[in-house]
Unconditional design. Sequence first.
Length: 137
Amino acid sequence: MAHSLCQVCSGPASTRADGRTLYLLGGARPIAEGETTAAPPVHPPCAIEATESCPPLGHGYAIALVERATLYGVAGVIHDPETLAPLPHVGARPGELTHVDIAAPASRWTLASFTVVSLHGVATVSPEELMASVRPT
């Protein structure tokens, strides 16, 4: 994540002349300005491969070109500072990790699993636009 490497092939994902980077996230809703994610960027050909081969993406995905991804914090399990017991997380899915702002007091009590970035300068990309960018007609 720190080096903007492709989540599929681990090569440098930022290869566009305009400096924007492609992000592919699971879920049916579009990627929003300022959205936080622990998913690294992706190359267009790798994004196509992922959408065709990754079973979780069969339930829906969103694609966007992003001007910049800034450090937000971490994704992890927050623990109670007094008991050290994991705190419950009310997320979209059971077992989902909490995105914690690095400046928040809770970050000191979070067992981090992933780096989280916030996405800015977001421009939605349709599946057809993605295909055209890789396989021109």
